[in-house]
Write a protein that binds this ligand. Sequence first.
Ligand code: FAD
Length: 438
Amino acid sequence: MNATTASSAGSRQALGPDAEVVVVGGGHAGAAVVAQLRSQGFAGELVLISAENGLPYHRPPLSKKALLEGADMASMSLRPESWYVTHRVTRHVCATVTGIDRAARRVHLQSASAPESMTYDALILATGSAPRAWTDPVTGGDALGLADGVHVLRDFDDAVALRAALLACDHLVIVGGGYIGLEVAATARALGCEVCIVELAPRILQRVAPEATARLLRQLHQSHGVQIFEGAQVVVLQREGKKISSVRIQTAEGPLRELQADLLLAGIGAVPRDALAKACGLEVGNGIVVNAHGQTEDPAIWALGDVARHRDQSIRIESVGNANHQAALVAAALMARPEPLPLVPWFWSDQYGGRLQIAGLWQPADRWVERQEGAQGRSIWSYQGPRLVAVDAWQAPGAYVLGKKWLETGQYPPSEWLANQDHNLKDWVPQALSGVAS
Ligand code: FAD
């Protein structure tokens, strides 16, 4: 073991060639941080521990193409096996880190093949998030084990099981009208299932998108025959033998309704997998709390991706773009390299062959301006006072690209300019309007 660990990002002392870095979690963030460390010149020992089997893979297709066409691990892998060999990354799969001994700088593992424990100079926690448990309305227990036919979607194995169930399904009920629920609804319709979405909040996408985006997607789903119940909740889950047969919901209007269901997907969000950090005394609270460099209060422990929360922010960002950006940040801090430019968060969602692209972060109090983009497209621009904070672009890649650039440069038109449908987005010239928006 070598003591040349970067003791804090501020000290800017790079990891030496004898240092050992252990990364827990082989998802987007874990895979990205090992790649970043190597590309930024780290020459020491690099270990990637994953509770899952196989190579790190793209998670977004699990609710999209892979669910529709069948999950194929080979085409979903982020990098081939040979990359890890060439870049001297030791991978342990089906290996779960069960404890962290901070004083000894050692992690403990449960695995059939990996060592029982290993030491580190820098430990990077990239444990991601897990589906929020949906509790049975009657017993209050986790509904997952309650009946056959109740699913969640997070991992490759979940997608394989869900697809098999969808192929045999007539009636799917999705609890939760977030992006994953909506994407699965679109896929399920393409596979021939009847679909109902039951959303507890007054509207779908309540936490993540403006009403205009929700309206657009609601209409899209309804035009494809999906029934959406907003402000509604499942009150009873009915079974025939062990198998789910229907759910009774309390509708927003009051009356109870019975929905046939031979399959139910609980898609009610995700919670950070921060138990390891909590158990070893690190600060957690809606994720592992980190500073602007991704470092926890322990200078030898870092966290990134879905599991990490910046100490000045109340929300965690769950996206591939964020995982990749934080990987670059953490690697730069560990290698005493210049940091990447700040990220404008971005996200996408594919539904019924169309694509929604989002840049920036929308907040519930924002006002928005909506525009038609060509025959099929729409763009929705969210403002906080005079400040542009997000663009949601449906079938409008040009608006997304411009909006992202505007957010990155901080130069954008005022909302009144965008509200004029006669204005062409490409015609806005920053210099001409400088000082109008800031
Ligand atoms: P994960 O990818 O979840 O990886 C964490 C890994 O850590 C997992 O393999 C887990 O098994 C492992 N692990 C956890 N605990 C331990 C332990 N103790 N020991 C060892 N290993 C452990 N984002 C987008 O930007 N666009 C999309 O369209 C999009 N679609 C999505 C669709 C689905 C169905 C899902 C589930 C997510 C989607 N996301 C999308 C979100 C995106 O996939 C996540 O933000 C991203 O995967 C986060 O990467 P991560 O490495 O932090 O976590």
